[in-house]
Every structure is written in C-alpha cells, then in structure tokens.
Design a protein around this ligand. Structure first.
Ligand SMILES: [Zn+2]
Length: 279
C-alpha cells in the first residue's frame, strides 16, 4: 500500500507532467472505484488547465483553473502511469485516462479498486468529508511536540495505535510508525498518554526525519519519479526494523543485550521493534 512518501513522489511526478498543461481529453472506463465517480467528472476535466497540486495526508489534490480540485486516493493498489498519448488502447485496470495538450497521457490504474477520485471546490478542500477529520500534517511546522502530546493526553491505547489514528497525525501508516518509534526509542506498547515532554520531542523529530528521508529517496526530478515502465512514485527504501523480524537490530551489539528485531501483533497489524532499547 502506498504510504505518505510514495504519495508525495507520485504527486511530484504528476506536477512535473501536468502542471500548466490543459487536459485535452478525459476518459473514464468504469462507473467508480471505492465510490462512484462524480457524474460531471470528465466534463469538468476536459479543457481545464491544471493550476497546481497539493498533498494532504495520502490524498492528492489536482487544482484546476476553474476552481475545482480533483481529489485522488491510491487506495491499496493505485498507480499512476505516464506515457506518450496517441493510442486509444487502455491498459488493464486503468479507470481514468487524461491526455494533455502537449501529448502525454496519465492513467490511473487500480486493480483492487479501493482508491477514489472525487471533485471538491479548491476553496473548500479541507471541508471534504475525507479531509475534514484529519489531524495535523506531519511535515508542517504546526505539528509540534506540544500538539502531539495534547492529542495523546488521556489516551490509554498503545502509542502505535494512537499514531495510526489519522486524527492524531495525518498520513502515517504502519511502516513509518514502526520506524519512527524505533528511532525515537519508544516502545510501540507504551500507553499513548505517557508520550510527553522529551519523548514527544524525540518522536516528532523522528517522524519528520523518517518521512523526509523517504521522500528524498524518491528523487527530485521527473526522471527519478518515473520508473522505466512509466509508473510514478515507487522506490526501494531500506527499513531499520520494518519487515526485519529476527535480524540484528542496528542499535544493539546483539545477544544477550538484544535478541534482534521482534515482531508482535497490535490491533491486527504487525509491529517490528527492539525490546531492549524501545521503552
Ligand atoms: Zn536492539
């Protein structure tokens, strides 16, 4: 499933191809994904100029010059495919095709169809039903240790679950929560309300650093964003604990001090951590 840094990289790729361009042709190939497409989607897209892009959590907002924003979510398996225009052939599982005035096509592909495409007025983006409940954006200055500890106050759930709650902080998924907790030396089982003071400072710093490093790994130019097959935004990244059950943890000398990276299950999801240094 695409996480925030992948979504950021997909958005940057879309921006490189679409910003400033006019959408000459928009085609839908089914009635909807997770929800039906807005009935006037292709009409609003056709002939519109793309004014800019914004990412909010794992949502991409493509702003059109007429005052509409197109909201995309990649769901579990969504991908954006860039190719030269000029063929009417539609790849398998492509549900929306956009063609630009300078001869490119962008396809939204989503085999499992948990993604979504919606329209919202640009001036009212944050009031959209999917964006309104979201907490602060983790990379913005407004996400501070004080804001995080206020959101965690009184909460007796494990910190892992509290961070996956999109109302605490927006856009964090399982991988980045595991990584940030490891780097901050905080146990995923610690009760959320006890993460305050110096711990909150460390955690906010590591959330920002982990995401920033992963976004940087996605590259900084269209050539970086697009894979050879035209797909945007997926890149290899080495995790410190995620997916490393049983491996030596990089912070410890090894046994007997640390048995290596452990995997436990919390709320039905795998958590990877070092029992020795995460308290
Ligand atoms: Zn360890």
């Amino acid at each position: 499933m695409p996480e925030l840094p992948e979504v950021e990289t997909v958005m940057r790729g879309l921006r490189a191809v679409l910003e400033g361009r006019t959408i000459q042709r928009a085609r839908l190939h089914r009635a909807g994904l997770r929800w039906p497409f807005p009935p006037d989607l292709t009409a609003r897209l056709t002939g519109a100029r793309v004014a800019g892009f914004r990412r909010r959590a794992k949502y991409i907002l493509m702003r059109l010059d007429g005052g509409d924003s197109v909201l995309f979510h990649l769901g579990m398996s969504g991908r954006m495919l860039i190719a030269p225009a000029g063929t009417n052939e539609v790849p398998p599982h492509e549900h929306l095709t956009l063609e630009t005035d300078d001869g490119w096509r962008v396809g939204f592909i989503d085999p499992r169809r948990f993604g979504c495409v919606d329209l919202v007025a640009t001036a009212a983006e944050d009031a959209h039903r999917l964006l309104a409940p979201l907490g602060p954006e983790p990379l913005e200055a407004a996400f501070t240790p004080a804001v995080l500890s206020a959101a965690l106050a009184g909460r007796r759930s494990p910190i892992k679950a509290a961070l996956l709650d999109q109302g605490t902080v927006a856009g964090l998924g399982n991988i980045y929560v595991c990584e940030a907790l490891f780097r901050a030396g905080i146990s995923p089982r610690r009760l959320a309300h006890t993460v305050a003071g110096a711990r909150a400072v460390r955690l906010v710093g590591e959330i920002k650093a982990t995401l920033t490093e992963a976004i940087a790994a996605g590259g900084s130019s269209l050539r970086d964003y697009v894979r050879p097959d035209g797909e945007l935004g997926y890149f290899q990244h080495a995790w410190k604990v995620y997916g490393r059950e049983g491996e030596r943890c990089e912070r410890c000398p090894g046994p007997p001090a640390c048995a290596g990276v452990e995997r436990i299950t919390q709320s039905g999801r795998s958590t990877f951590y070092c029992r020795a240094t995460q308290r």
